[in-house]
Design a protein around this ligand. Structure first.
Ligand SMILES: CC1(C)CO[C@@H](CC(=O)O)CN1
Length: 426
């Protein structure tokens, strides 16, 4: 019987720059309901979540943190939250994650990709089931090695997430004797950056920018005739599939955009496993997503489920809830969590150790953290052919191995039959 209650805090943005909480919150609740029915997890304790909408705002997120910390009377009992599930948005995780350590509060984010959050000195108690954007880089380097691409440029939108990803890519490139010949930064108008790439006869470009800027880049590339089979672009894979056809905010027509973007590669972190085996919850990934779709259709009847905020990241929130409950379950075997207070450094260290031991198979794949509190995942490589994205390969950064997808050719020859007429010396 679970007649005692333990509390955790939650942050789920329902609006703002990225309303990732729309789908993540229902997914977390599903996990919580399943956990609270398990006698073998937190025996005798019901895990209760005090969740708030941060609107993806760092300021609001900070006030919510204080609300959670000082509004000690949850329900009727006087208790403290043991951990924080979330935030989702990187700017909120940066503010909340930095402050939380002062209260010895462990923060487990399901949606933050900023590489800055890997800084253990600043974010001592921060973990995330959403990998940092830098996880794309080993995949890019692997393909450059594979195809003998030696001379690369990076085109970067001036945003912290993209600039720190570019720095990480350069560091990695040097270790693999790949030469980053040019780095071009742009804030709003990429015209000069692109004409510089053209002047330097750059043929392989890694594009680090948000979707809206991607449209500007490719319209300018079209206008400068800097496109076609002589160029290999590596872009972010989590834009909307038809991102280049939403030509409302660029001067180019959808046809011109389609010609400019044809053939580009993308990298994207795989957030729902293809495996059919049962996960820690007893559900397979397919059973989880089928159940989530049903719930989201009820919650957001006017939207297709894929367009609900954080739909892609929902598996990360579900697995983060399981990771949190299993870590607390390990701590419960060693200490009395009812005695937790924010000043209890020993108990915080014990819970940190138990969180670091996380290692289970979830709906988003294997869930474990590296020494920076980062989750490792697989990365999927796709290529746009005739306006349609084709899955080419899945890269496992931990093993450094490529799994070729798409069946028949297992040696990646599909990449080759999309020839490039530039010499490999580039
Ligand atoms: C893949 C994406 C869209 C990257 O940004 C994350 C949000 C953030 O880092 O603020 C959510 N997941």
């Amino acid at each position: 019987k679970k007649d005692k209650t333990l509390w955790i805090g939650g942050m789920f943005p329902q609006t703002g720059e990225w309303a990732g909480g729309e789908a993540a919150f229902p997914a977390a609740i599903k996990a919580l309901d399943q956990i609270n029915q398990r006698e073998d997890i937190l025996p005798g304790y019901y895990l209760n979540l005090s969740a708030y909408d941060t609107r993806c705002s760092p300021g609001l997120g900070t006030t919510i943190l204080y609300e959670l910390l000082y509004n000690k009377t949850f329900g009727s009992v006087n208790s403290s939250i043991l951990m924080l599930l979330g935030p989702a948005c990187s700017p909120v995780s940066t503010a909340v994650g930095e402050a939380a350590k002062m209260w010895n509060l462990i923060v487990l984010s399901y949606g933050s990709s900023s590489p800055a959050l890997s800084n253990r000195a600043r974010f001592r108690t921060f973990f995330r089931t959403h990998p940092p954007a830098t996880l794309h880089n080993p995949t890019r380097i692997k393909f450059f090695d594979l195809f003998g691409w030696k001379r690369i440029a990076i085109l970067i939108q001036t945003e912290e997430v993209w600039q720190s990803t570019a720095e990480h890519l350069e560091t990695l490139a040097r270790k693999h004797n790949v030469h980053i010949a040019v780095r071009q930064l742009f804030d709003n108008d990429p015209s000069h950056a692109i004409s510089n790439l053209k002047k330097d006869d750059i043929r392989i470009i890694v594009g680090l920018f948000y979707e809206e800027k991607a449209r500007k880049v490719f319209c300018k590339a079209y206008q400068q005739n800097y496109f076609g089979e002589s160029y290999v672009w590596w872009l972010i894979g989590w834009y909307a599939d038809n991102w280049f056809l939403k030509a409302h905010d660029v001067e180019c027509t959808p046809e011109e955009m389609s010609r400019a973007v044809e053939g580009h590669f993308t990298t994207e972190i795989q957030m729902l496993t293809d495996a059919t085996r049962r996960t820690v919850s007893g559900l397979t990934a397919q059973e989880f997503i089928t159940d989530l779709n049903t719930t989201l259709k009820q919650l957001f009847p006017s939207k297709p489920v894929e367009s609900v905020g954080g739909y892609v990241e929902a598996p990360l929130a579900y697995d983060a809830t399981w990771a949190l409950a299993l870590a607390l379950n390990r701590s419960l075997e060693r200490t009395n969590l009812e005695e937790w207070t924010y000043g209890n450094v020993d108990m915080k260290n014990l819970m940190m150790d138990d969180m670091k031991q996380t290692d289970f198979f979830g709906v988003s794949g294997a869930v474990k953290f590296d020494e920076f509190g980062n989750r490792m995942s697989k990365v999927v490589v796709e290529q746009l052919r005739n306006g349609v994205y084709h899955r080419l390969a899945r890269f496992d950064a931990e093993r450094g191995s490529i799994e070729w997808l798409g069946g028949e050719e297992s040696d990646g020859s599909r990449c080759w039959n999309y020839k490039y007429n530039y010499s490999s010396s580039n």
